[in-house]
Design a protein around this ligand. Structure first.
Ligand SMILES: Cc1cc2nc3c(=O)[nH]c(=O)nc-3n(C[C@H](O)[C@H](O)[C@H](O)COP(=O)(O)OP(=O)(O)OC[C@H]3O[C@@H](n4cnc5c(N)ncnc54)[C@H](O)[C@@H]3O)c2cc1C
Length: 434
């Protein structure tokens, strides 16, 4: 397994490159070690830094901090979802528990951006769950019923209205939910790096190769050094399985997305100058598509089992073509060469869409698997796993721990065959909306 940096993602390329990145180059000992510097690891390290101001906390990542999935996502901070991975929300009780977690996630991110005055293009414009097929009305109406029972404000919309709001007549039916935020994930995660407490030592480009517990300490071997620690938090999300963590309960999925350059005034006029918006698909494998604050179109329409994790340029080119077609279907009046970047990112899934938040052994903790909702939930779980590892009880932990635990997965090769078959089935079902 290797994790490498690349410059394929527009969200990352929007930011100034960071300087003074330290790499682990010796053998050290510490009390607290956090592996993985995405939303989860950064939040955990920040919380530990505040809980233990006189202790040194080490946060370490295989690549540049924040430049994994945390910078590479679509930027929806969600309050509700219609699909989590492969599953749709059916049971009201469980759905309520899920949205309780989303709510806490939004509050945690909101608190952070307020405290540190973060500019991350925050827009409380809600989001659309949309479909090009009128017959999907039944799915939307069922979802609307669930949302009504739980008091989420929402509205059904049809093609004419959608054309005005989104600038495309591709969609025939949609449900707009008021809650939920669109943001610039790169800016948010960068702010989390820039505001780490002083007692958090960040090491980057330092890949954890393996780890073991010995005489009450955890010994970690990195490519360029070793760390012996008393307590450890694993926050490597899509890479948990490759480190042998909760191996039979989570699996990685590779997603790809593309972003266009900003539309010119002419182009923007040709689609009716809509305000910023975000659409999520009704079927799990449909396209997520978004108009950003500065008039760029983002589209994500692939999800697959892929080894090695990062894609080559040639492989990205193939996905980019699918994304170009996705944009053309929706905006035929736009030129067909406006995609500026295409990138891949790794997420973690569980079979029943539950997240992982656990002590897996004495002094060993893990948080991850957000099934596509990691901006808020990852930030929340990072903070709360730091509390849990400090033996503190919080109301948030109580809420998190009322969720169902992830269910067991079959061994390889059955697992990969099963996931591939399911993805194929979902792709066929969502064909018109990819
Ligand atoms: C294309 C795409 C679109 C998405 N859209 C959304 C969205 O709109 N909304 C939303 O909420 N979520 C979305 N997600 C999911 C979201 O990005 C993740 O859930 C979230 O980033 C998880 O954060 P994390 O910190 O747990 O993991 P990551 O951000 O993946 O961070 C884990 C870190 O661990 C490091 N690591 C891994 N292995 C090792 C090792 N051996 N040694 C050291 N370090 C290691 C990695 O380098 C990485 O930086 C999307 C993801 C993708 C890829």
């Amino acid at each position: 397994m290797n994790v490498i940096n690349d410059n394929t993602c527009s969200w990352i390329n929007d930011l100034e490159p960071r300087s003074h990145n330290n790499t682990l180059q010796s053998d050290i000992e510490c009390e607290w070690l956090v592996i993985g510097a995405g939303f989860t690891g950064l939040s955990a390290a920040r919380k530990l830094g505040h809980l233990y101001p006189n202790k040194k906390i080490i946060l370490i990542d295989a690549q540049l901090a924040g430049e994994g999935a945390s910078s590479r996502n679509s930027g929806y901070l969600v309050d509700t979802t219609l699909n989590d991975g492969f599953t749709s929300n059916k049971d009201l009780d469980n759905y309520k528990k899920k949205t309780d977690i989303y709510k806490l996630g939004i509050e945690t991110v909101k608190r952070f951006i307020k405290e540190y005055q973060v500019d991350c293009d925050w827009n409380e414009c809600g989001k659309y769950f949309a479909s090009s097929k009128e017959k999907d009305r039944i799915i939307i109406e069922n979802f609307s019923e669930t949302l009504s029972k739980l008091g989420f404000k929402h509205r059904l919309l049809f093609q004419k209205d959608l054309k005005k709001r989104l600038g495309t007549n591709f969609y025939n039916i949609a449900l707009h939910t008021k809650g939920g935020i669109l943001l610039h994930p790169g800016k948010l995660v960068r702010a989390m790096i820039d505001t780490l407490p002083e007692n958090v030592n960040l090491f980057e480009n330092s890949l954890l190769l393996n780890w073991r517990k010995n005489n009450g300490k955890i010994h970690c071997n990195f490519k360029t050094g070793t760390i012996k620690t008393k307590k450890i938090i694993f926050a490597t999300n899509g890479f948990l399985r490759s480190l042998g963590i909760k191996k039979n309960y989570n699996f990685p999925i590779t997603l790809t997305a593309s972003m266009t350059r900003p539309l010119t005034n002419e182009e923007f006029k040709s689609i009716g100058e809509p305000n910023e918006w975000g659409v999520l698909p009704i079927r799990p494998m449909g396209a997520t598509i978004r108009m950003t604050k500065n008039r760029r179109i983002l589209i994500r329409n692939t999800a697959e089992v892929h080894t090695p994790y990062k894609m080559s340029k040639t492989e990205l080119k193939k996905r980019s073509l699918k994304q170009k077609i996705g944009i053309q279907k929706r905006f035929p009046q736009l030129p067909n060469d406006i995609i500026q970047s295409t990138w891949s990112g790794i997420v973690s899934r569980t079979r029943n869409s539950s997240q992982i938040f656990e002590k897996i052994d004495d002094n060993i903790f893990v948080a991850g698997c957000y099934n596509g909702a990691g901006i808020g939930v990852g930030t929340l779980f990072g903070e709360q796993i730091a509390h849990k590892a400090s033996c503190e009880e919080t109301d948030e932990i109580k809420t998190i721990e009322t969720q169902k635990k992830p269910t067991w997965l079959p061994p390889q090769p059955i697992l990969d065959i099963g996931i591939k078959a399911r993805l194929l089935y979902e792709r066929i079902k969502a064909k018109s909306d990819i």
